[in-house]
Design a protein around this ligand. Structure first.
Ligand SMILES: *Cc1c(COP(=O)(O)O)cnc(C)c1O
Length: 471
C-alpha cells in the first residue's frame, strides 16, 4: 500500500514514511492510493475475532512495511482489557429497539481519542527505535487531544511531549488529568493567554524550520493518517456486535468536529463494510451540517465560532474534510487543490457544482445539528428513560440519530466521551454530579506538575531547547 496527497502530488510513500509526518509537502493530506476491499468471506471470518486481532487484520491491509509479527505485538499491547476496561474494548449497548451506543471512551482519558492515540504511542516508539531517532511532540490543547496524547506517550522511549494549554481555562478535571502525570518525558506548559495564543506559539515554532529540524519537532494532530486508520477498526467491531449476519446494513451517528472520526467510517464503508448511512452530527458549529445539506463549505470566522457545551466539536473548519472531498471528486487532486489551496482562505469557502453535489448521496452521508437545549434534553431523557448517563457530545449524536433513523436499519451512536469530563452540563441536565470511574476519584487532589509561561513564542522555544535532549 502506498500513500499519495489529496492535492495531486503523486509521490508514492510508504506507511512508515508518513507515520511521523503532518501535511504532505504540497499542503494536502495523505491518503491510501486505493481502498483494499473486504470480501463477504473475509467479513464472515472477522466477525468472531477479538478486537486486537481484528485490528491486526485491518491495519495490515494498509501497512506493508512493518513485519506482521511486530504489528501483532503492537496491537496486542495497545488494545487490552487493562487499558480499555473490557474484553470487547468497544462494547455496544442497546437503548431502544435497533438503537445502540458504542462505547469508545473507556480508555485512560475517557474520550474516544484514546482509541487511536494509544496505538500511535506504540507505533511512534517502535518506528523511532527502528530508525534510532527521537521526536519532540509540540501541541496546543484545550482538553481532549492533549490529554489523550500525553497518556499515549507517557514513558515512551525516544518521545517527549510539550503540551501548551491556556492557563486556568480547562475544566478542573481535565487539568488534573494532564498536570498530575509524573513522567519525565511529559511537559505541561500553561500559557498566560487563551487557546489561540497557544496555537499561535505552536505555529511560530513549527514555521521556524531550523528550530523544527534541530529539535526534531513533530505533532500528533487529527490529520495524522495512522490515527484515522486506527479508528476504522471500531466501525467493524460495532457492526459485528449490532448484526447477526453480513447481509444486514447499519447506520452510524458520529458527533463530529474535525471530521476525523466519521472519515474513518467513510474508509470502512469504502472497504465494503455494509454501512447504509454515515450520520454527521454537529453542534451549533454547523459547517459540516451545512455542507451536507447544501454542498457549500463556508469556513467560519472567529465571531461565528461558538463556545458550546460540547467543546470538542467547536470548530471553524474541519481539518480532515479534504479527505472526503478528494474521494467525492473522483480523486481529482487538481480540483481538490483548487478548492482547499490558498483560495480557501481568500474566498472563505466554496460551493460544489450541481453534479458534484449530486454525488454526495452515493457516499451514504446524512447530517443534522444539535443545540445546547437539545443536548440537555437528550441527556435528561436518556437518564430518565434508560438510567443511562451520556456525555454532551454523545447527546448531540443521539439527538441527530433519533431524527434520522430508519426503523429497519440498526443505528449505532458513537460514544465519544464519558459524562465525568463535563460535570457542569450534567449538573444542569440532571441536577447531580456525573458518575466517575473509581480509578479517577480524587484526581484533583494529586500533586500537579506544570510550568507557567507568558504567551511568548521565544520563551517557549527556549524551554523546549533546554528540555528537548536531556530527559
Ligand atoms: C475530538 C472529539 C470529537 C470530534 O471528533 P472529530 O474526529 O474531530 O470529528 C467529538 N467528541 C469528542 C468527545 C471529542 O473529543
Amino acid at each position: 500500500m502506498k500513500y499519495i496527497s489529496t492535492r495531486g502530488d503523486q509521490t508514492q510513500r510508504s506507511f512508515s514514511e508518513i507515520l511521523l509526518e503532518g501535511l504532505a509537502p504540497d499542503g494536502g493530506l495523505y491518503m491510501p492510493d486505493h481502498y483494499p476491499k473486504v470480501s463477504a468471506f473475509t467479513l464472515a471470518r472477522w466477525r468472531t475475532l477479538p478486537y486486537a486481532e481484528l485490528a491486526l487484520e485491518i491495519l495490515s491491509m494498509f501497512i506493508d512495511d512493518i513485519p506482521r509479527d511486530d504489528l501483532r505485538t503492537l496491537v496486542e499491547k495497545t488494545y487490552t482489557r487493562h487499558t480499555f476496561g473490557s474484553d470487547e474494548i468497544v462494547p455496544l449497548r442497546e437503548l431502544d429497539d435497533n438503537l445502540y451506543i458504542e462505547a469508545l471512551s473507556n480508555g485512560p482519558t475517557l474520550a474516544f481519542k484514546d482509541m487511536a492515540m494509544q496505538l500511535l504511542g506504540n507505533l511512534f516508539e517502535y518506528e523511532l527505535a527502528r530508525r534510532g531517532e527521537e521526536l519532540n511532540i509540540l501541541g496546543a490543547t484545550s482538553g481532549d487531544t492533549g490529554s489523550a496524547a500525553e497518556y499515549a506517550m507517557r514513558g515512551k522511549q525516544g518521545v517527549r511531549v510539550f503540551m501548551l494549554s491556556p492557563q486556568g481555562r480547562m475544566s478542573p478535571f481535565q487539568q488534573a488529568q494532564m498536570f498530575s502525570l509524573a513522567d519525565p518525558n511529559i511537559h505541561n506548559i500553561a500559557i498566560e493567554g487563551v487557546f489561540d495564543d497557544c496555537q499561535d506559539i505552536v505555529k511560530a515554532a513549527s514555521n521556524d524550520l531550523e528550530f523544527k529540524r534541530r529539535h526534531k519537532i513533530g505533532t500528533v494532530n487529527s490529520i495524522n493518517w495512522a490515527r484515522l486508520l486506527a479508528q476504522v477498526v471500531y466501525y467493524f467491531a460495532g457492526y459485528f456486535q449490532a448484526t447477526e449476519s453480513n447481509d444486514e446494513k447499519v447506520a452510524f451517528a458520529v458527533p463530529s468536529g474535525n471530521f476525523g472520526n466519521v472519515c474513518a467510517g467513510h474508509v470502512a464503508r469504502m472497504m465494503g463494510l455494509p454501512i447504509k448511512h454515515l450520520v454527521v452530527a454537529t453542534n451549533e458549529n454547523d459547517v459540516l451540517d451545512e455542507f451536507f445539506r447544501t454542498g457549500s463549505y463556508r469556513v467560519r470566522g472567529g465571531a461565528e465560532t461558538y463556545e458550546t457545551s460540547s467543546p470538542s466539536m467547536d470548530i471553524s473548519k474541519a481539518s480532515n474534510f479534504e479527505r472526503f472531498v478528494f474521494d467525492l471528486l473522483g480523486r481529482d487532486g487538481a480540483r481538490t487543490a483548487q478548492l482547499f489551496g490558498p483560495g480557501l482562505a481568500q474566498q472563505g469557502g466554496f460551493a460544489l457544482a450541481p453534479d458534484e453535489v449530486e454525488r454526495i448521496r452515493l457516499f451514504g452521508f446524512r447530517s443534522g445539528k444539535s443545540t445546547h437545549a437539545d443536548r440537555v434534553a437528550t441527556i435528561r431523557a436518556t437518564w430518565e428513560q434508560h438510567q443511562d448517563m451520556i456525555d454532551p457530545h454523545t447527546a448531540d449524536g443521539l439527538k441527530v440519530a433519533r431524527s434520522l433513523r430508519e426503523v429497519d436499519v440498526p443505528m449505532i451512536v458513537l460514544e465519544t466521551a464519558l459524562p465525568a469530563k463535563f460535570a457542569a452540563t450534567i449538573e444542569e441536565a440532571l441536577g447531580r454530579q456525573p458518575t466517575r470511574p473509581v480509578t479517577l476519584e480524587g484526581i484533583e487532589a494529586l500533586p500537579k506538575r506544570f510550568t507557567v509561561m507568558p504567551a511568548d513564542a521565544a520563551q517557549v522555544k527556549d524551554y523546549i531547547a533546554e528540555h528537548a535532549s536531556n530527559s
